[in-house]
Design a protein around this ligand. Sequence first.
Ligand SMILES: [Zn+2]
Length: 152
Amino acid sequence: MKNETGKSKYKLNFELVPDGCWGSNLRNVLRPAAWNAVRKAVLARAGGKCEICGAGGRLEAHERWEYDEARGIQKLVGIEALCRKCHETKHIGLAQLRGRGEAAEDWFMKVNGCSYAEMRSALGEANEEQRRRNTVPQWTLDIGYLKEFFQK
Ligand SMILES: [Zn+2]
């Protein structure tokens, strides 16, 4: 079933990054000190809890992007503090390469309270979206979102 609004009904989503998006890891875009400042601010905001599932423990900063396919713009829209499992699940392509694909699928179903069929459908949509975005010849990076971290 397609969700026509484009917004997912799940709190934990698969986020596949198009192949040509070199900037989709901020560590490649920011100097280490700047990235550390952003990371620290995000982790402090989360107060030690994963911003998706609420789990404690070690948290990782995850960059959320939106893609304007018509204009070829990859825009940073948020940075979230996530537990390792939620982070791994979002990057399911990478999880699969590491032999962790099933673990990521299980976590998706657990956090979202959905069935295997629903999970597979969400994964199919994410794959389809990525295939479509891979046809965009070039992406331009918009990281204006980061301004809020450097205004003080
Ligand atoms: Zn989590």
